[in-house]
Design a protein around this ligand. Structure first.
Ligand code: ATP
Length: 594
C-alpha cells in the first residue's frame, strides 16, 4: 500500500475560487470594507474608546485602489495565520469567543475567504499592517500565487492598508462615481465613517432609519432617498422570534416606480452590510410591496451574495413576513383609508389577489374594496344595499367578465330592475366567489346566465296559442315577461332554455339554476329560441293577430332576426341568410303598404 498527498495548483485554484465564487467583481470592495469594519469592532472591544475610520482612495495614474483602516492591524503571525490561510478567520474566532455580546453581534466575517475576492480585480495585493504592541509594521505582498512575500512595513499608526494593483478590466473602479455608488450600495449602514479620497465627510449614512428610532416621516425620506420616489405608504417592521429576526421597512411604491423596483423585492442586509435583493421572502401575492431589512439570523452562502433558502431560519422569516405584510395592509386600510384607496387604485388586482390568498386580510378589506360597475365604482356592501332581495333573503351580484359583450337587451333588463352590473376581471371573479361563500344568501352570476332570474314565465294560457302558431312556422317561441316593457324579444339558445326551470327558479326564488343564456353573444349556434315579452304592446298585438295572415308570419320572423342580432350571436351562414330574408320581407311589406 502506498499513500499520497493532494497536489494543488495553487494559482489556478485561487483564480478559480475567486472568479467563480463571486458573480459581481465589485464585491471585493465590500469584502475590504467589511474586513476594515471588523478590525475596528475588534479594536473597540479590546481597547474601548478610539475614533474608527475607514478610507478608500484611488490612484488613477498608478491604477491603485487602496482601503485603509485604523482597526486592530495584524501582527506578523496573524498575517500568516489568518490573512494568508484560506478558510482561517480571526473574526470568526473572536465572534464566538468574546464575552462582549455587542462586539460579537457587530462582527461580520465568518468564512475566512472574503479576501480572495481581491484577486478577482487585482494582479497584485499589498497589505501594510501594524498591530497594537508590535514594534514594526509588516508588509505582505501576493500575486495570487502559492507564494507571498513578507517584509518590513511602513505603517506608523495601528491599522491596515490594503493596496490593490487593478487588472485593466476593473479600471472602472478608478472612476469616483462608480466607486462611490459601490461603497454606498454595500456599506451605507456600516457604523464607522467611510471616507472617499480626501473628502472631509463620510460617504456612508452609517445608520439605517431603524438604528435611529426614526419617525414615519424619516422612513419615508429614506425610501425616497434610496429609490428616488416618494412611497405611497411605509411600515417599519421589527420581528424578533426564536428563528426569525429582522428590522427594517416595508413600502408600497407608486405603480410607475414599481416597474423599476422589482415586485416583492427585499433589499436584505446582514449586520449592516448589504447582501442581496431577495425575491422570495415576501409572500407571493404581495406583488405591490417591497422593502429593506436587516436579517441577522439568515444563513449566508459563502460568497455572501445570497442566503441558504432551504434553511429553517429562512422559512421562519418568510412566515413571519407574511404576518408583517398582512398587519401593514390591515393597519393601512383601517387607519389611513384615503391612502389605502390610493393604493387600491394603483394595485387593484394585486390587492384583490392578496385578499383572495389571505383570509384575514380578506376579512379586513372585503367591504372596503370597490369594483367598476355600470354606475361607477361601487363596494360590494353598497351594491347589496341597492339590489332587490329575492325570496328567502337572497341576493345576486351580476357581473360581466373582462367586459365580454353582454347584449343590449340583457343590460336593459338588469337596468330596468335597478341592478348595476359589475365589470370585473378573473381575479375579481375569484374575489366575488370568496365573498359570496362567506356571506349568507349572496350569490353571483355572470350577466348572461343570471338574466334568467329577472325573467318570468308567462302562465296565461292565451299565450300558448301564440307559441303553437310560431311552432307551425318552424320557430320555437316562448312567452315570458320582463322589464323594460319596450323590449320586444330576447334570443336564447334552445338547449339552455327550459321553461320548467324558469318557472321553478321563480317559484323558489333561487339563484341556483340557469346558465341558460350563458352562451348568448359568445357561441355560434343556429338553434335559438325566441323569448317574446308579453308586457310589450306590439307582442300583445301579435298575440291577438291573425296567424294565417302572411304579415303575421313576416313580423314574427323579423322579430326573431332582430332578437338574434341584438343578442350578439355570431350568425352561421344559414342563420345569417334567414335573418336577412326576414328583414327583406319586412321591408317589402312596409313599402307595399305605402
Ligand atoms: N483589515 C484587516 N484588519 C485586520 N485583520 C484583517 C484585515 N483584513 C483581513 N484580516 C484578517 O484576515 C482574516 C481573513 O479575512 P477574509 O476576508 O478572508 O475572511 P473573513 O473576513 O474572516 O470572513 P469572510 O470570508 O466571511 O469575509 C480575517 O478574519 C482577519 O483575521
Amino acid at each position: 500500500m502506498s499513500t499520497g498527498t493532494f497536489q494543488v495548483d495553487f494559482e489556478h485554484l485561487i483564480r478559480l475560487l475567486a472568479e467563480n465564487l463571486y458573480s459581481d467583481p465589485h464585491v471585493a470592495i465590500r469584502e475590504l470594507i467589511q474586513n476594515a469594519s471588523d478590525s475596528c469592532v475588534r479594536r473597540l472591544a479590546q481597547q474601548g474608546v478610539f475614533q474608527p475610520a475607514i478610507h478608500v482612495r484611488i490612484d488613477p495614474t498608478k491604477r491603485l485602489l487602496v482601503v485603509e483602516d485604523n482597526g486592530t492591524g495584524m501582527a506578523r503571525e496573524d498575517v500568516v495565520r489568518y490573512l494568508a490561510t484560506i478558510g482561517a478567520s480571526q473574526t470568526r474566532q473572536v465572534k464566538f469567543s468574546t464575552a462582549d455580546q455587542n462586539a460579537a453581534q457587530m462582527l461580520i466575517g465568518q468564512f475566512g475567504i472574503g479576501f480572495l475576492s481581491t484577486f478577482v480585480i487585482g494582479h497584485q495585493v499589498i497589505v501594510d499592517t501594524l498591530a497594537e504592541g508590535s514594534e514594526q509594521a509588516v508588509l505582505w505582498r501576493s500575486q495570487g500565487s502559492a507564494d507571498y512575500s513578507l517584509e518590513l512595513g511602513t505603517r506608523q499608526q495601528i491599522g491596515t492598508t490594503v493596496t490593490i494593483e487593478l487588472e485593466p478590466a476593473f479600471y472602472n473602479l478608478l472612476d469616483e462615481t462608480t466607486l462611490r455608488a459601490t461603497i454606498i450600495r454595500y456599506a451605507d449602514f456600516i457604523q464607522f465613517p467611510v471616507y472617499l479620497g480626501d473628502d472631509a465627510r463620510p460617504i456612508n449614512r452609517m445608520h439605517a432609519p431603524w438604528h435611529l428610532d426614526a419617525s414615519e416621516h424619516e422612513y419615508i425620506d429614506y425610501v425616497k432617498h434610496r429609490y428616488g420616489v416618494v412611497p405611497l405608504a411605509v411600515e417599519p417592521i421589527a420581528i424578533k422570534q426564536q428563528q426569525a429576526e429582522c428590522v427594517g421597512i416595508l413600502a408600497i411604491m407608486p405603480l410607475q416606480a414599481n416597474l423599476a423596483i422589482r415586485p416583492r423585492s427585499l433589499d436584505v442586509f446582514q449586520r449592516r452590510m448589504y447582501v442581496c435583493q431577495d425575491l422570495q421572502l415576501l409572500p407571493d401575492w404581495a406583488t405591490f410591496i417591497c422593502g429593506i431589512i436587516d436579517a441577522p439570523l439568515l444563513e449566508l452562502v459563502a460568497s455572501r451574495e445570497g442566503f441558504m433558502i432551504e434553511r429553517p431560519n429562512y422559512r421562519a422569516l418568510r412566515e413571519a413576513l407574511v404576518e408583517a405584510v398582512r398587519s401593514f395592509l390591515i393597519r393601512l386600510a383601517q387607519r389611513e383609508p384615503a391612502t389605502f384607496v390610493q393604493v387600491v387604485k394603483q394595485y387593484n388586482s394585486g390587492i384583490k389577489q392578496a385578499a383572495v390568498n389571505d383570509s384575514q386580510f380578506f376579512a379586513a378589506v372585503a367591504d372596503l374594496l370597490s369594483f367598476e360597475s355600470d354606475i361607477g365604482p361601487i363596494t360590494l356592501t353598497r351594491y347589496l344595499e341597492r339590489i332587490p332581495v329575492r325570496g328567502a333573503d337572497e341576493r345576486t351580484i351580476f357581473y360581466v367578465l373582462n367586459d365580454l359583450p353582454a347584449s343590449a337587451q340583457q343590460r336593459a333588463i338588469v337596468g330596468a330592475r335597478g341592478v348595476p352590473v359589475l365589470h370585473i376581471n378573473s381575479i375579481e371573479e375569484k374575489f366575488l366567489k370568496k365573498y359570496c361563500s362567506l356571506r349568507h344568501g349572496v350569490s353571483f352570476q355572470p350577466l348572461t346566465a343570471g338574466i334568467a332570474e329577472l325573467i318570468e314565465a308567462e302562465n296565461d294560457q292565451q299565450w300558448r296559442k301564440l307559441e303553437q302558431h310560431c311552432e307551425q312556422l318552424g320557430m320555437q317561441v316562448y312567452a315570458v315577461r320582463f322589464e323594460p316593457s319596450h323590449l320586444t324579444a330576447l334570443a336564447m339558445r334552445s338547449s339552455d332554455y327550459k321553461r320548467e326551470q324558469v318557472v321553478d327558479s321563480l317559484l323558489k326564488g333561487s339563484g341556483s339554476l340557469l346558465s341558460f343564456v350563458q352562451s348568448v353573444g359568445r357561441n355560434r349556434s343556429d338553434d335559438y329560441v325566441l323569448c317574446v315579452n308579453t308586457l310589450n304592446p306590439l307582442i300583445q298585438q301579435l298575440r291577438d293577430g291573425q296567424p294565417n295572415d302572411p304579415t303575421w308570419a313576416t313580423v314574427v320572423r323579423a322579430l326573431w332576426g332582430y332578437a338574434l342580432l341584438s343578442s350578439g350571436v355570431e350568425l352561421t351562414p344559414e342563420l345569417g341568410e334567414a335573418v336577412q330574408k326576414a328583414q327583406t320581407s319586412l321591408l317589402e311589406l312596409a313599402l307595399a303598404q305605402r
